[in-house]
Design a protein around this ligand. Sequence first.
Ligand code: SAM
Ligand code: SF4
Length: 350
Amino acid sequence: MPGNPVAAMTIPLPIFCREEQQDTPADGPLRDTFGRVHTNLRISVTDRCNLRCRYCMPEDVTFLDRSEILSFDEIRRFTTVAATLGVTKVRLTGGEPLLRRGIDRLVAMLHDIPGLNEVALTTNGTTLSGMAGALWSAGLRRITVSLDTLDPETFRRVARRDALADVLAGIRAARELGFVVKLNAVILRGINDADIIPLAGFARETGCELRYIESMPIGADSWDRKSAVLAEELIETVAREFGPMDLVEGDPHAPAMTYCTNDGHRIGVIASVSRPFCSQCNRIRLTAEGMLRHCLFALFESDAKSVIRFGTDRELERLIRRVVWSKWEGHEINSAKFVKPTRTMHAIGG
Ligand code: SAM
Ligand code: SF4
């Protein structure tokens, strides 16, 4: 394509997958070399955050310049192309997505994309009470709120900021409007492990589904397995309080293993460390500045922003297919081969 900067551009791809790139499929579903079909897109709309959760990001951080991040029209363009390739679900995340001005407008724009049947959002909830109405009007129905503790002092220790009351107000406002609310809780040994049961009780009272998340080595703090409270211990602790729980069969691609108590309450565990679900992974990730990643832990990413800004839909489609085809088998957290990505979670999009 004469005059098109993308035509001459080399899109960075992992060296180990160059061989496979040659036979990247030109049509059909977004399949990788392990047969996994990708239908799920996580979009980070900002790397900024008003909290500093210790497992996610450092206290001092330089955020992207606003000119570097994708505009709403650019996000819509990317998502529209991804939807033609079989992506059906989108989750908006960050950083803190509700800090992106006009986020409700983006929700409405994504809802209009043919082929997408779900738009969801993950938030720290600090500004949710004031925004829940606009998000509802924009068509959003599913929100995940991160809530690691019900104790204000512990909240300050985990998030390095003081905002628990705002988060609880946000959860209440969302439930009152009718949102399906899930709660995400990362449990750290010796910090908020006393909250395992109170959080489950709070979720029951408010009609939310709680998911415990095993802490992963993707934050700024040093990480070791002992600091993470893992699935087995979480389930045993909850079962001691609420009685035996049955594993619920559900979407095989869902990251959470979902359990049900005798009285019908659902509790999930996202066990990325102790029971990695890489073999079922169907996700790709777009960072706030438009880098496309095949995995949260990917060590390479591809410059989708240049293609969005200067390329054709066909070129964008080829890039997405190549990134999926280059996907590795899994993150190897439990092996000596594991390499921690240089970006921390807030800069990728959780
Ligand atoms: N700011 C929003 C929030 O906190 O919900 C959205 C972005 S945050 C990165 C998305 C999710 O990633 C949160 O539920 C958070 O608890 C989780 N998360 C962040 N760092 C993590 C880590 N090292 N291990 C496990 N989960 C983590
Ligand atoms: Fe911010 Fe969410 Fe990371 Fe906490 S987990 S620092 S709220 S991006």
